[in-house]
Every structure is written in structure tokens, then in C-alpha cells.
Design a protein around this ligand. Structure first.
Ligand code: ADP
Ligand code: MG
Length: 239
């Protein structure tokens, strides 16, 4: 497969056309950003750690019946995916209260959310990703009511699968953000699931194992990403 012209360069990944119809190459770059792009850095090998973990999760989810865009890895940071018509929603699933939900609502950090809470934001940097509700999503024609039901069902199933896999590695899946797209009539999981898009706490120490280490300068970001990537990908719970 040949990489062709750039389709889109985002904050952390670049997406390229290929010589194969319907297939794209996603390059996981070493760029890291936080606070709406207010904090920016380049951290060597970050892209590879995130790509590796994303590929591992996509394969695990695929084996467990979740439809994803993942096709294969070319090298440690280049992923072949099926081209999706992306739906501009950031679907966030929360198992424990942390981050914006604690800042914006009277939750105490660390409170267990059972059943999990799904929050859907509008993926629009210029509007700072405002929170949506079902009526707004339908009124804005971002998704049909039937698509929205499929998205929420898939998000909860993905949460259940990831929560169990990570728990077996001594990691609490506090929350994560995913994006979906359409391939014809099918709703498919796209984008990434990585340390940039999950909030992970070590079960024993409570230590952050994700981008919060970068956001709040809690320690050596790449040492954490390296360690957590190894912990996750060494999981035998692939089924
Ligand atoms: N399978 C896919 N087909 C088309 N676009 C995709 C696919 N998976 C992810 N994308 C899009 O590619 C971009 C990835 O780059 P990223 O750096 O995350 O961008 P952003 O800054 O917009 O979040 C995202 O906009 C994402 O929606
Ligand atoms: Mg992104």
C-alpha cells in the first residue's frame, strides 16, 4: 500500500489517502496538546506508544464483536484504517468522576459513577467542544435518533470490554473519549483509544497513567506512557 496526499492534519495525528480505495493511513505524531491547544509539546515516541495501544484495543474490541476502522499496522506509528465519514461527536464514557465533570458539576473527584455516565460533546475546536444533548444532536443533523442509539450502545459495550481488560492489569478506567463514523449504513468506531484519550488510575497507588501527567506536570510523561503501554499490551485477556 502506498501513502498518497495528506487528507487532514489534526492536533496529534495526520491522515493520508492511499492507493487503495476506502483505506487511509493514520500517522500518530509525537505532538501532544492540552487545554484546547493552550499547552503544546513534542514528546519523542509518544505517537508510537499511542498507536500501539490503540491497535491493541481495536483488535481486542474487534474480536469481541465491536466494529472498528482498524485494518493493520504498517510500523509502530502508521495505522491502516477504513475510511469513515466521521460524525463530529466526542463520546465520553465516565466510570469515576474526574476532570471537567468535577469542575462543572457537584461531584467529588473519585466518586464511582454506576451506571456509567455518557457525555457527548460537539467536536468543534472553534466553539470549545460544547456539550450536546440528544435533541441538539438530532436538530443539528449530526446523527439520526437511530444512529445515536447505536452509538450509545456501542460506547457502553466498549466501556465494559475496556474496563475489564484494564482492571485485570490493575488499572481503573476512569473515563475515555471515542469518535464514531459511518461506513455506508454501519456505525463504526474510528480515531484512537490511547493514553491521550483515556483517564487511567493505578488501582493500588492512585497514580495517573495518562495525559493528566502532561496536563498537570505530574512526572515524566514518556516514562509513564512507555510503562502503561507495556502493561496494557502484555494483557493476555484478548479472548
Ligand atoms: N477512519 C477514519 N476516517 C476518516 N477520518 C478519521 C478516521 N479516524 C479518525 N479520523 C479523523 O482524523 C483526525 C485525526 O487527527 P487528530 O489529530 O485526532 O485530529 P483532531 O485535532 O481533529 O482531533 C480526527 O479529526 C478524526 O476525526
Ligand atoms: Mg483527535
Amino acid at each position: 500500500m502506498k501513502q498518497k496526499k495528506l487528507l487532514y492534519a489534526g492536533k496529534a495525528k495526520s491522515v493520508y489517502h492511499t492507493d487503495v480505495k476506502g483505506k487511509l493511513i493514520v500517522e500518530f505524531r509525537d505532538d501532544i496538546t492540552a487545554f484546547d491547544g493552550g499547552k503544546k509539546d513534542v514528546l519523542k515516541n509518544k505517537g508510537s506508544y499511542n498507536a500501539e495501544v490503540s491497535a491493541f484495543f481495536f483488535e481486542y474490541l474487534g474480536k469481541n464483536g465491536v466494529k472498528t476502522h482498524f485494518v493493520s499496522m504498517i510500523d509502530s506509528r502508521h495505522m491502516v484504517v477504513r475510511e469513515l465519514q466521521m460524525i463530529p461527536l466526542e463520546v465520553i464514557v465516565r466510570n469515576v468522576a474526574a476532570g471537567s465533570i468535577v469542575r462543572n458539576y457537584p461531584f467529588k473527584e473519585g466518586t464511582k459513577l454506576d451506571p456509567p455516565v455518557i457525555v457527548i460533546d460537539y467536536k468543534d475546536d472553534s466553539r470549545h467542544d460544547p456539550m450536546l444533548n440528544d435533541d441538539l444532536i438530532v436538530a443539528l443533523k449530526l446523527a439520526t435518533p437511530a444512529e445515536l442509539r447505536k452509538i450509545k450502545k456501542a460506547a457502553l459495550e466498549i466501556n465494559r470490554l475496556l474496563f475489564d481488560l484494564l482492571a485485570a492489569q490493575g488499572i481503573t478506567l476512569v473515563d475515555f473519549k471515542i469518535e464514531f463514523g459511518r461506513q455506508g449504513k454501519t456505525i463504526c468506531l474510528g480515531d484512537e483509544i490511547s493514553m491521550d484519550s483515556m483517564r487511567l488510575w493505578d488501582k493500588k497507588s492512585g497514580e495517573s497513567l495518562d495525559k493528566d501527567v502532561y496536563r498537570f506536570e505530574k512526572g515524566d510523561v514518556m516514562a509513564t506512557y512507555n510503562r502503561v503501554a507495556q502493561r496494557i499490551t502484555s494483557s493476555s485477556k484478548k479472548r
